[in-house]
Write a protein that binds this ligand. Structure first.
Ligand code: TZD
Length: 525
């Protein structure tokens, strides 16, 4: 007899899913027992960390990980990070455990009452199979949906007595299904877009995370060069879709209406690719676009297209469309674009300016270093000092939900063993995902964790100033010793209060091959 559990592992195997991130409870043990040797289970100590590791792994590997979580409390705990996973469109399949089918209705201990409902707003699909016989097909549905554009997290909840039931013989057909994304922009639409770009006096590109996620950075470079166009990164960037050292790179668009409109006003055609139009954050009202600017939008996410307030959109695959456009536009002269210089911040006695931290990382890290950034008040310092030239060089919390960065760095490093990962994390943010350190130590995942210890929720102080909200309670975070915390979780750690100590610590960290935490003491004012 073949059980549903055996058939499920075969489905996962055939769909290329052998990496599992999890935190178990009693409901999950029947699924996890006799754990097959060709699967790897990465244990996280908190479901937020589990979700972030899986999300990072999915984004950096292009593979789907399975996330195995406990019923209501476990799945619920993961949802802060799941908000990011939904926005970053990471193909993660969550399998939560459930109490015995017949007793769920009585809401006994660790049953998940209305389990499908729990992560629904943050999932592309969420279901509890109507019977044990439908478990494999429902999981197959969750896998294929997670992997089709727009990609994203899916969830199924399975009662623990389902796993040992016998399968129906039709399951074999479901397990071996192959699903191919065969969509492409029609020739007539390509001609229309090409004509719009060729007819523009001064076109610009605005590139979003889907460009990097679909490995289309080189195609974006070709298109920018052939059009002689500025290439902006769309606001609130989750990834880096264009080499920041390229002469066509114009910078990062600010996350508010008025400044975007102002910066794009010199252009007559703006082509937004693989980004929402637009992901604002700060309130600075104005006209969405200056008079005479036409906005065109390419996205493989119908929801992103439908909810935009302006622009003519094409629902089309990002990578293929960029490549074909680069081939079809008329080649123009590509002039060198001037770059603005900024004066570096100055260190103080016993405390560094964030510029010092990012500049040191830039100078001492390998050229293809991967950055996982969750240091919320230091974005200007980061973009002012860090240069990224390769695909897959930046990952951030796509929905702004803290607790992603530190553990996501572990998942990303697991997915990219050939490259080195640095996690640049604020002292406030670090606490939301601190348990990721333990998994890094347990699996010897050689992330360099740099904690920028400014002893403040700096971004919130900044927001308070901008919004004029006076008389706020204190956001002072003094008294957290990250060196001791890291050592407690088994990660080697060093303290750096000045540039020379920081450079020594970074050099040692990059020369070694183990996880290291550097507590970099910075200031915020
Ligand atoms: N909780 C979660 C899960 N996500 C959030 N974004 C917040 C709370 C609110 N929040 C921000 O948006 S930024 C921030 C908080 C608490 C402060 C982060 O402090 P930090 O970095 O020390 O990591 P800075 O550079 O001092 O801002």
């Amino acid at each position: 007899m073949t059980t549903i559990r055996e058939a499920t592992y075969e489905l996962l195997r055939q769909q290329g899913i052998t990496k599992m991130f999890g935190n178990p409870g009693s409901n999950e043990l029947t699924f996890l027992r006799d754990f097959p040797e060709d699967f790897e289970y990465v244990l996280g100590l908190h479901e937020g960390a589990v979700m972030a590791m899986a999300d990072g792994y999915a984004q950096a590997s292009g593979e789907i990980p399975l996330v195995s979580l406990h019923s209501a409390a476990g799945t619920g705990t993961s949802m802060g990070v799941l908000a990011n996973t939904a926005v970053s469109k990471s193909p993660v399949v969550v399998l939560s455990g459930q109490q015995l089918r017949e007793l769920v209705g009585q809401d006994i201990m660790v049953a998940s009452h209305d389990a499908a409902q729990l992560p629904k707003p943050l999932s592309k699909f969420s279901a509890e199979p109507i019977s044990a016989k439908d478990v494999v097909r429902t999981l197959s549905q969750a896998i294929h949906l997670a992997n089709m554009h727009p990609k994203g997290p899916t969830h199924i909840s399975v009662p623990h007595d389902d796993w040992d039931q016998e399968i129906d013989e039709n399951v074999a057909l479901t397990i071996s299904r192959k699903v191919t994304d065969a969509s492409a922009l029609a020739e007539a639409n390509l001609a229309e877009l090409t004509a719009a770009l060729d007819g523009a006096k001064n076109p610009a590109l605005v590139l979003g995370p889907e460009v990097d996620a679909t490995h289309a950075n080189t195609a974006a470079v070709h298109l920018a060069e052939r059009l002689g166009a500025k290439a902006w990164i769309a606001p609130s960037p989750a990834r880096c879709p264009f080499p920041t050292n390229h002469s066509n790179f114009a910078g990062l668009l600010p996350a508010n209406i008025a400044d975007i409109s102002d910066l794009l006003s010199e252009h007559d055609v703006v082509l937004v690719v693989g980004a929402p139009v637009f992901r604002y954050h700060h309130d600075k009202p104005g006209n969405y676009l200056a008079a005479g600017v036409r906005l065109l939008h390419i996205s493989q996410d119908p929801d992103e297209i439908a909810r935009a307030a302006f622009g003519d959109a094409y629902f089309a695959p990002v990578a293929d469309t960029l490549e074909r456009l680069a081939q079809s536009v008329t080649v123009r002269e590509n002039k060198q674009m001037p770059k603005a210089k900024r004066a570096p911040g100055v260190d103080r006695e016993g405390r560094m300016h964030p510029d010092t931290v990012f500049r040191s990382i830039q100078e001492l890290g390998p050229k293809d270093l991967i950055h996982v950034v969750e240091s919320t008040s230091t974005a200007e310092s980061f973009w002012g000092n860090i240069s990224m030239s390769e695909q897959g060089s930046l990952y951030t919390a796509a929905a702004g939900g803290l607790g992603f960065g530190l553990p996501a760095a572990v998942g990303i490093q697991l997915a990219q063993p050939e490259r080195r990962v640095v996690a640049e994390i604020g002292d406030g943010s670090a606490n939301f995902g601190i348990t990721g350190l333990w998994t890094a130590a347990r699996h010897q995942v050689p992330v360099v964790f740099v904690i920028l210890r400014n002893e403040s929720y700096g971004a919130l102080v900044n927001f308070g100033r901008r919004m004029g909200t006076e008389g706020l309670p204190s956001f002072n975070l003094s008294g957290i010793d990250f060196v001791s915390l890291a050592k407690g979780y088994g990660v080697r750690a060093e303290l750096a209060t000045n540039e020379s100590d920081l450079r020594d610590a970074l050099s040692r960290a990059f020369a070694g091959n183990e996880p290291v935490l550097i507590e970099a003491v910075t200031y915020f004012d």
